[in-house]
Design a binder for this molecule. Structure first.
Ligand code: 13P
Ligand code: SF4
Length: 643
C-alpha cells in the first residue's frame, strides 16, 4: 500500500513546470544586478554548503535548475540525496558563466532548502521510532503542485509515502462514513466501484474499530484518528495483528516515539510537508581558480594534513573505520572494522593515534594504548546512537534484577558488551567476569560466555545478540528482550539463556525484509549480504551476513561478475562499488542509510586536530579514567586473547 514512490523520472517531470515557473518569477527577462555588474565572459565557481546539520534532498532538481538557466553550468554533487550532512559540509560545486550562476542561486537554494528541510524533519521522526517496527508516513498536506517533490523528499528522509492522490487508494474517512450511513455501507460501496484499489478506513473510537475489524475480506489498513496513547494500545491488542494500524493526529517529534511504542504499524504526520522548516544552505561564489584567500578547498586541506604526516613520520598514526568518508580513508594509515582497528591501536608505537571513527572506538584505542600514547578524535561529539541506548545506570538496574531473580548473577550470567558501548560498560563486564565482542567475533565470544555460566546478558545491540545466538542454534524461545520499564517475573528470567538489551542501530534497523524481497524480484541472480546489526528477519532472508570486514572480504573474493546487494552503512557500499568494478554492487535499500555520527569526521576537523598537533597541542584528546580503563581492559583482553 505504499508503493507510489516517485521515481527520479517522475520527480524531474514534476519539477520541470515548477522550475520554469520559478525561473520566470525570479529571473524573468534577466538578473539586472548580475547583468550590470559582471563582465559577460567571467567564469565563476560556487560551493553549496550546509550551514546546519540535516538530510539532503533535491540534488537532481538543483541540477535541473542550473541547466535550465544555462546549460554551460557544470554541477558536481559531493553528497547523495538522503545523506546526512554536518554543518559546514560541502554539498555540491558548480562552475560556469558567472552571470548565470548568480541568477540561478536563489531558485536552486529555494528548491534544495525546502526539500532538504522535509527530509531532515522526516529523518528526525524516523530515527525517533528506529527501535520499533513503525513506519513514518506522509499525507496529502502538500503545497499545491509540489506533491511529487515533497513526497520524494519524505522518502529521502527515510519515510514512506502514503497515497499520492485521491485515485490510487481508498481512504474512507469520518465524513464518508457519516454520509454513507455507516462503515459497512461506505466500504461496500467503495469496494463495488473500485475492487482493485487498496482500502483504508478511519475509526474514531474502539467501537468503530470493532466494526471495521468485522468486515470481510479484511481491510488493507485501519487509521486510528486522534486517539490517546491508551486507546491506541487497546486498539493494537484488540486488532491482534489482523489488520495493520495507522496512527494519525497530533504527531510531533516529541510524541512519535511513544506512539510507536503502542505497537501501531504506521504513523502519518501532516507536519512533514505542511510545516516545513527549510534546511539552512548557502552558496558561496568565487573566482573559478580559487586561491588560498578564501576557506581552504578539500584538496588544500588534504595537502596540509599530508604535509604534517610527513613531518611527524612514525610519531603519528591515523586510523579510519570503513564507514568514514572517502577523503578521510585516503588519508588513513590503516582502515578497518572495529576489531581490526582495536588491534591496530594496541600494536602501534606511534606517540599519537588520531582515530577517525566514533567516540567508543577512540575510547577503546585509549584503553589499549601504551603509557604516554595519546588518542585524539577530530570531533569529540561523534558518538554512536546504538552505544547511547545503554547507560551504566540502566545496565546496573538490569543486573540487580537478574541478581534477584537468579540468586547470584555473577555465577549465573556472563555479561557481554558489544564494542559499540561506553568504557564504563566495558568496565562493568570486566568486573563481572564478562567480555567485549565485535561483530567479527560475536559467535566465538557468546560460545565462550556460555561455557563460563549458563546464561548471557548481551548489550546494547539486541539484533547482534539475537542473530549470534540464533546462528549458534539457540532458539528464539530461549531469549528475552530486557524491558526497562516493566519488571519481568523471576520465573521468566530463570527460563531464558540469552537476555538481550533493547538497543539497536538506527542505520541498520532501516533495512527491512521487503528490501531483500524487492532486490530478489528485480534480479534473482543478486546475492544479499548484510551486517548482523540488521534485524533477524532481514538476516534470515539474506544469503550471508557478517561484520564490515567480512562483507568486504566476501565480495573481494567472489567470482568476478557476481552481483551483490549490500545491507550496511552506505559509504562503505559506495566505496566497494568504486573499488570493485569487476562486481556489480548495489545498496540493499532504496534510500541507502548513512551513519551521521561517522560522517561528523570531516577533512576540516581532521585538519584542525592535525594542525594543532603540529603546533604541539593535543586537541580533542580521548581519555578514560584509570579505574574504568583497568576493568575495561580486562574485558577487552578476554576478547583479544580468545583463540
Ligand atoms: P564493525 O565492527 O563491523 O566495524 O561495525 C561497527 C559498527 O559500528 C557497525 O555499525
Ligand atoms: Fe553506531 Fe550504527 Fe553508526 Fe555503527 S552505524 S557507529 S552502530 S550508529
Amino acid at each position: 500500500m505504499e508503493t507510489h514512490t516517485p521515481s527520479l523520472e517522475t520527480l524531474l517531470a514534476a519539477a520541470e513546470p515548477l522550475i520554469k515557473l520559478a525561473i520566470e518569477e525570479d529571473i524573468g527577462p534577466g538578473d539586472a544586478t548580475s547583468l550590470s555588474t559582471l563582465p559577460p565572459d567571467v567564469e565563476l565557481a560556487g560551493r553549496i554548503v550546509a550551514k546546519e546539520p540535516g538530510v539532503i534532498a533535491g540534488l537532481p532538481v538543483a541540477e535541473a535548475v542550473f541547466c535550465h538557466v544555462d546549460p554551460d553550468i557544470t554541477f558536481t554533487p559531493h553528497v547523495e540525496d538522503g545523506q546526512e550532512v554536518v554543518s559546514g559540509e560541502l554539498i555540491a560545486e558548480v562552475v560556469g558563466p558567472g552571470r548565470s550562476l548568480l541568477a540561478a542561486e536563489r531558485t536552486v537554494l529555494n528548491f534544495l532548502q525546502r526539500m532538504s528541510g522535509i527530509a531532515t524533519q522526516t529523518r528526525t521522526m524516523v530515527d525517533a521510532v528506529a527501535t520499533t517496527d513503525a513506519r513514518i508516513l506522509d499525507t496529502r498536506k502538500t503545497i499545491p503542485g509540489y506533491r511529487v517533490l515533497d513526497k520524494y523528499a519524505v522518502r529521502m528522509g527515510g519515510g514512506t509515502n502514503h497515497r499520492m492522490s485521491l485515485n490510487d487508494m481508498l481512504l474512507v474517512k469520518d465524513n464518508h462514513i457519516d454520509g454513507a450511513g455507516g462503515i459497512a455501507q461506505a466500504v461496500r460501496g467503495a469496494r463495488e466501484r473500485y475492487p482493485d484499489l487498496p482500502i483504508e478506513v478511519e475509526v474514531r473510537n474502539l467501537r468503530e474499530l470493532r466494526q471495521a475489524l468485522d468486515l470481510t475480506p479484511p481491510l488493507d489498513r485501519i487509521l486510528l484518528d486522534n486517539m490517546s496513547l491508551d486507546q491506541m494500545k487497546e486498539a493494537v491488542v484488540e486488532t491482534g495483528g489482523r489488520v495493520p494500524l495507522e496512527a494519525s493526529g497530533n504527531v510531533t517529534p516529541d510524541r512519535v516515539a511513544e506512539i510507536a511504542a503502542t505497537g501501531v504499524a504506521y504513523i502519518s504526520a501532516g507536519s512533514l510537508t505542511h510545516s516545513v522548516t527549510a534546511l539552512d544552505l548557502s552558496m558561496k561564489i568565487g573566482p573559478r581558480q580559487a586561491g588560498r584567500t578564501g576557506p581552504p578547498t578539500p584538496e588544500e586541506l588534504a595537502a596540509d594534513i599530508r604535509a604534517v604526516k610527513q613531518r611527524l613520520g612514525d610519531r603519528l598514526v591515523i586510523l579510519g573505520h570503513h564507514y568514514q568518508r572517502d577523503e578521510i580513508i585516503e588519508l588513513a594509515d590503516y582502515r578497518g572494522d572495529s576489531l581490526q582497528l582495536a588491534r591496530q591501536a594496541s600494536q602501534t608505537d606511534a606517540e599519537t593515534i588520531v582515530f577517525c571513527g566514533v567516540h567508543f572506538m577512540a575510547e577503546v584505542a585509549a584503553i589499549l594504548a601504551q603509557p604516554g600514547q595519546h588518542v585524539l578524535i577530530p570531533d569529540l561529539t561523534a558518538g554512536c546512537y546504538l552505544a547511547d541506548t545503554a547507560s551504566p545506570k540502566g545496565v546496573h538496574a538490569a543486573w540487580d534484577a537478574l541478581d534477584a531473580a537468579l540468586g547470584n548473577a555473577d555465577e549465573q550470567v556472563t555479561p557481554i558488551t558489544y564494542v559499540n558501548s561506553s568504557a564504563a560498560l566495558k568496565a562493568f563486564c570486566g568486573r563481572h567476569g564478562g567480555i567485549v565482542c565485535t561483530s567479527s567475533n560475536a559467535e566465538r565470544v557468546v560460545r565462550w560466555a556460555l561455557s563460563q555460566r549458563p546464561r548471557v546478558f548481551f548489550f546494547p545491540d539486541q539484533h547482534l545478540g539475537r542473530n549470534t545466538a540464533l546462528s549458534l542454534g539457540i532458539p528464539a524461545s530461549d531469549m528475552m528482550v530486557w524491558n526497562r520499564f516493566t519488571p519481568t517475573a523471576p520465573e521468566v528470567i530463570q527460563s531464558q539463556r540469552v537476555i538481550l538489551w533493547p538497543g539497536a542501530c538506527m542505520v541498520h534497523q532501516r533495512f527491512r525484509p521487503e528490501h531483500v524481497e524487492t532486490v530478489r524480484q528485480r534480479n534473482p541472480a543478486m546475492r544479499v549480504i548484510v551486517h548482523p546489526e540488521c534485524k533477524a528477519e532481514v538476516v534470515a532472508l539474506a544469503d550471508e551476513s557478517g561484520s564490515t570486514s567480512t562483507i568486504i572480504h566476501t565480495i573481494e573474493s567472489a567470482e568476478p561478475g557476481s552481483q551483490w546487494a549490500v545491507g550496511t552503512e552506505s559509504r562503505l557500499v559506495y566505496r566497494l562499488q568504486q573499488e570493485h568494478p569487476e562486481q556489480k554492487i548495489i545498496p540493499l535499500a532504496d534510500v541507502p542509510p548513512f551513519c551521521n555520527t561517522m560522517g561528523q569526521i570531516t577533512l576540516q576537523n581532521l585538519a584542525e586536530v592535525i594542525a594543532a598537533l603540529d603546533r604541539g597541542e593535543l586537541m580533542n584528546e580521548v581519555t578514560v579514567d584509570a579505574e574504568n580503563s583497568h576493568w575495561a581492559r580486562v574485558a577487552l583482553n578476554r576478547m583479544l586473547e580468545l583463540p
